[in-house]
Each structure stands twice: as structure tokens, then as C-alpha cells.
Ligand binder design. Structure first.
Ligand code: SF4
Ligand code: SF4
Length: 97
């Protein structure tokens, strides 16, 4: 007789007050709380991909002639602006965007 397959994890078996983070995913994304926003100057960008290499959340998006920012997941850390050799990325206050 074949042993019955058991699920690796059953959320119903976890007490609701044990660890809410583990049982209820947080729907908030970095773009919801970012305070500074990177903006790419398309005239300066040479598509070297340095920003793509350094972005810690991999939200740099390749466009036909430049690299752009995926604002849904960008957390506004400014590393891309620091590392861009062309100084093509500016950080502006999110409220001003
Ligand atoms: S690092 Fe600067 S120049 Fe290079 S792809 Fe990114 S924005 Fe463009
Ligand atoms: S600000 Fe930070 S998270 Fe946003 S694109 Fe630049 S490196 Fe990535």
C-alpha cells in the first residue's frame, strides 16, 4: 500500500498568534513606502548596466536605448545613482515626482 502524501506545510496547523509574519504575507511593496526616487536621464545613459549590476533588489529594467527603474519594487536606496559612471541617475523626493 502506497503511503499517503502529506503537504510539507499546512498553514491551518499554525496557531494564529504564533507568528503573523509567517502566516499572513505583507502586501506592501517597496514602492509604497519609498521616500526618494531615482530618475534616469535618457540622454546621459549609455546602457552600461552598472546600475543593473548594483541594484540590491534587481529592479532595473532594460529599455531599447537606456536602462530604467521598476518603481513597484525600487526602495529608493540610491545605490544606482552613486554607482552610475555617467551620473545619469538623480534621486528626487518621492513627493516631488
Ligand atoms: S549605470 Fe547609468 S549609464 Fe549605466 S545603464 Fe545605468 S543609468 Fe545608464
Ligand atoms: S534606488 Fe536602490 S532599489 Fe531603486 S533602482 Fe536604485 S539601486 Fe535599485
Amino acid at each position: 500500500m502506497k503511503p499517503q502524501a502529506r503537504p510539507m506545510f499546512d498553514a491551518r496547523s499554525v496557531p494564529g498568534d504564533l507568528c503573523p509574519i509567517a502566516t499572513v504575507p505583507n502586501p506592501m511593496r517597496p514602492g509604497d513606502w519609498r521616500s526618494m526616487r531615482p530618475v534616469v536621464d535618457r540622454q546621459k545613459c549609455v546602457k552600461c548596466a552598472v546600475c543593473w549590476l548594483y541594484c540590491p533588489v534587481q529592479c532595473i529594467v532594460e529599455k531599447p536605448a537606456w536602462f530604467d527603474i521598476g518603481y513597484a519594487t525600487c526602495k529608493g536606496c540610491g545605490i544606482c545613482a552613486q554607482e552610475c559612471p555617467q551620473r545619469a541617475i538623480s534621486m528626487i523626493p518621492e513627493a516631488a515626482a
